[in-house]
Design a binder for this molecule. Structure first.
Ligand code: GLY
Length: 340
């Protein structure tokens, strides 16, 4: 079932498939030559997916999302005889989607590409919206572009082999969508938390559909991330320093970041303080260890991150469930609110 097509003005269109077996991509590539980029873990976990196919297997892990790996992939593409008519398929989680999109965008000035997204995080976020790239030295996603994939296939069955912690991490991004866009979706997550944690297929497919719809709508309006798309960063400003300092999975850090950013919203008088309790009640159902004490070292990291872009930042406040507000804010006011 195609659940969503999003079209970027004057540009490409992406078809997103949910409740579809991952092999469905074979129907989408037609007569084109196929080359798959995946990682060593998936390659060993799903041997039947790669049998008799041209595959480029890279090492799993964000630390391998580098220009060096890009070079290795391009060497392999050339060895396989790829050209601009080749369909490059990223089969994996966020890291694979990020690097595949980037390689496809630059290889021979642009080859077609699509994704089979294999993690919850990729299915609801990384595979959708065309942001791609690699890390550079200590900077995350510093080199990249925004180019939309031709298609994204999200097969919820693939999540069965996902480590529990990675699944919970994906739920961090799911929760974020509820906070930034939809009270009824928030209530749905609240009422169905056990089924969600147990990966009830119908409920999971509903969640995937909902998140994809929310993100695709935002990307359609602001694909280049000049305005509205910033709301997808809710929870991420503080979440990023929590992720680095605590060395925890991205989505879990985002969930903790959501609570801290709501506290900032309350302190700077954008929201009523009852919102903190409402947020904690929902998040604790999925992430019992949601509390985080923001220490000076988190703030130091925030300051270091911030140095890259001046004193003001477009901070995403939450005024109520489903009601984010982007406000150009003095960075010092954010720091003061965290410390108060
Ligand atoms: N993950 C944030 C975005 O796609 O804009």
């Amino acid at each position: 079932m195609i659940v969503k097509n999003y079209k970027i003005k004057n540009s490409s269109s992406t078809d997103i498939y949910i409740s579809q077996d991952y092999n469905y991509y074979l129907e989408l590539i037609g007569e084109r030559d196929l080359i798959i980029i995946t990682d060593n873990i998936l390659y060993n976990l799903y041997p039947e997916a790669f049998k008799n196919k041209k595959c480029i297997v890279i090492n799993h892990g964000e630390e391998n999302k580098t220009l060096k790996t890009v070079e290795k992939i391009i060497e392999n593409l050339i060895a396989f005889g790829a050209d601009r008519n080749t369909l490059i398929l990223g089969f994996g989680g966020g890291m694979i989607c990020d690097i595949t999109g980037f390689v496809a965008g630059v290889f021979m000035r642009g080859a077609s590409f699509g994704f089979v997204a294999t993690t919850l995080l990729a299915q609801v976020d990384a595979a959708i919206g065309g942001k791609n790239g690699v890390n550079f030295k200590n900077f995350k996603n510093y080199i990249g572009s925004i180019i939309q994939p031709e298609f994204v296939v999200c097969d919820a069955n693939l999540l069965k082999t996902l480590p529990k912690l990675d699944y919970i991490s994906g739920l961090g991004e799911v929760i974020k969508y509820a906070f930034i866009s939809d009270l009824s979706f928030f209530e749905y997550l609240d009422e169905n938390s056990n089924e969600i944690l147990n990966q009830n297929p119908d409920i999971l497919n509903y969640i995937l559909k909902k998140c994809v719809e929310i993100k695709a709508k935002i990307v359609e309006e602001d694909s280049n991330d000049f305005g509205l798309r910033h709301i997808l960063n809710f929870g991420h400003t503080i979440g990023h320093s929590i992720e680095i300092m605590e060395n925890i999975p991205h989505g879990i850090a985002v969930a903790k970041g959501i609570i801290e950013e709501i506290k900032i919203s309350v302190k700077l008088e954008y929201a009523d303080k009852s919102l903190i309790e409402i947020a904690e009640k929902l998040i604790s159902k999925f992430i019992p260890d949601y509390k985080c004490e923001i220490r000076q070292e988190h703030i130091d990291l925030l300051v270091k991150d911030k140095k890259k872009s001046g004193n003001m930042l477009n901070f995403v406040f939450l005024t109520n469930i489903g009601q984010p507000l982007i406000v150009k804010t003095d960075f010092q006011d954010i720091i003061k609110a965290i410390k108060s």
